[in-house]
Ligand binder design. Structure first.
Ligand code: ADP
Ligand code: VHF
Length: 395
């Protein structure tokens, strides 16, 4: 038994169209999906939360609309995706239910993962689903994504999702068991790389040309180019990435049993990467001043509750970065506000249970959640150093 999943707490599994959808008939490969769902159950039994990023809506949908056997224009792909996504959702719902899991569909556009406020909303919803035991099944919202604002490949979408939810492992299931020194389909003697510790220019060059990958046609997009782009995103967010072969049933069980793959190691933990991202938000125009008790709570890794806030200053909207200072003016942290300045001002010093009555809506109990706080190891004003966060919980 391999140790590949040892310590994994949150795993994103990306499934390409070619694995999930039969190329000749356009039907979902139900037996393969049933086996995959058993693998999900295996990871869950090992204590890991699992998210699926699934392609296949266009591949499954084109036959519904008589769009087989030719390349499609963007609007035809969007139309195909609209019908195929229903098929995918049903297939996942049934297969995961057979293992006792509730499937939850989430369709994202690049803006949802990149624009901070929408990113935080999507993150909160996905984390809520995970805490309720559901298995999120995520795809690009192809029907509304335009050419310019489209991922187009789910490798990078899966990497963005991984960093958004602070996953520790991203697995790209492909038709190949990892990265080779060159495309083994066209280069005899290409060698398999079991571990990649650094995305050097030499490694990036091994993916070849995206145009050539695209020419292979069929159901897949991107080839190794988008997988290495995904690696840059995932590793930057503290998430390791694994490329593994998914064609045969039970690909995750095969990995657990020691199947060959490529592991791209991450230089830091997801929580540390997220805190670094928050600490790097340079435009913190708002200030939240906290009392001594709250300062101590923050130092102990707690969320900032309104009860410990003395006043708010400056302008900020929900999701904006704000500086957290003590009564003496020392900056203690940078955090992402769960409330706008106007709403925050109304709940300063109040108990979390009073928030709904004061604001007229049920908001978050914390003014800044601990996951959205980066403590600063600095004196007054200037510091940007993130304190060692290893002791902090992920959720
Ligand atoms: N250096 C390389 N190592 C491995 N595979 C490569 C490499 N360069 C190009 N490829 C091609 O990338 C393909 C996998 O990408 P793709 O077909 O897009 O799969 P997916 O559907 O999983 O996204 C492989 O089958 C292989 O032909
Ligand atoms: N969002 C598209 C997926 C595009 C994509 O990345 O496909 P693939 O290369 O098969 O993972 C769909 O569902 O058809």
């Amino acid at each position: 038994m391999s140790k590949i999943f040892q310590g994994s707490k949150r795993v994103v599994v990306k499934i390409g169209s070619a694995l999930l959808v039969d190329q000749s008939t356009g039907a979902v490969r139900r037996d393969w999906l049933a086996a995959l769902s058993k693998d999900v159950a295996m990871l869950r039994a090992r204590g890991a939360q699992v998210l699926i990023v699934s392609s296949g809506s266009i591949a499954a949908g084109r036959r519904h609309l008589g769009l087989q056997n030719r390349s499609l224009k963007l609007e035809e792909k969007q139309a195909a995706a609209a019908t195929g996504q229903i098929t995918l959702a049903h297939a996942y719902q049934e297969s995961l239910a057979a293992e006792g899991f509730t499937a939850a569909q989430i369709l994202l556009t690049p803006g949802d993962t990149e624009e901070r406020r929408r990113h935080l909303n999507a993150r909160a919803t996905i984390l809520q689903l995970l805490s309720l035991g559901a298995v999120p099944v995520i795809n690009e919202n192809d029907t509304v994504a335009t050419q310019e604002i489209r991922y187009g490949d789910n490798d990078r979408l899966a990497a963005r999702v991984s960093t958004m939810v602070s996953a520790d492992t991203l697995i790209l299931l492909s038709d190949i068991d990892g990265l080779y020194t060159a495309d083994p389909r066209s280069t005899a003697g290409a060698e398999h790389l079991p571990v990649v510790d650094h995305l050097s220019p030499e490694i990036l060059a091994m993916a070849g040309d995206v145009a050539v990958s695209a020419e292979r046609g069929g159901l897949s997009t991107g080839g190794m180019v988008t997988k290495l782009e995904a690696a840059k995103i995932a590793l930057g967010g503290g998430c390791r990435m694994i490329i593994a072969r998914g064609n045969d049933p039970h690909p995750l069980q095969a990995l657990a049993d020691g199947a060959r793959c490529t592991v791209f190691t991450a230089p830091e933990k997801p929580v540390a990467a997220r805190k670094r991202w928050i600490a790097g938000q340079l435009n913190a125009s708002g200030i939240v001043v906290v009392d001594k008790g709250a300062a101590t709570a923050l130092a102990n890794g707690k969320s900032l509750l309104p009860a410990g806030v003395v006043r708010v200053e400056g302008e900020f909207e929900r999701g904006d970065p704000v500086s957290v200072t003590g009564l003496d003016g020392n900056r203690l942290a940078i955090g992402l506000a769960a409330y706008s300045r106007d709403d925050a001002a109304k709940i300063v010093g109040r108990q979390s249970k009073e928030i709904a009555d004061i604001l007229g809506f049920e908001g978050r109990s914390a003014l800044i959640h601990r996951d959205d706080l980066a403590l600063l190891a600095d004196g007054p004003g200037t510091g940007r150093t993130v304190r060692d966060e290893r002791a902090q919980p992920v959720t």
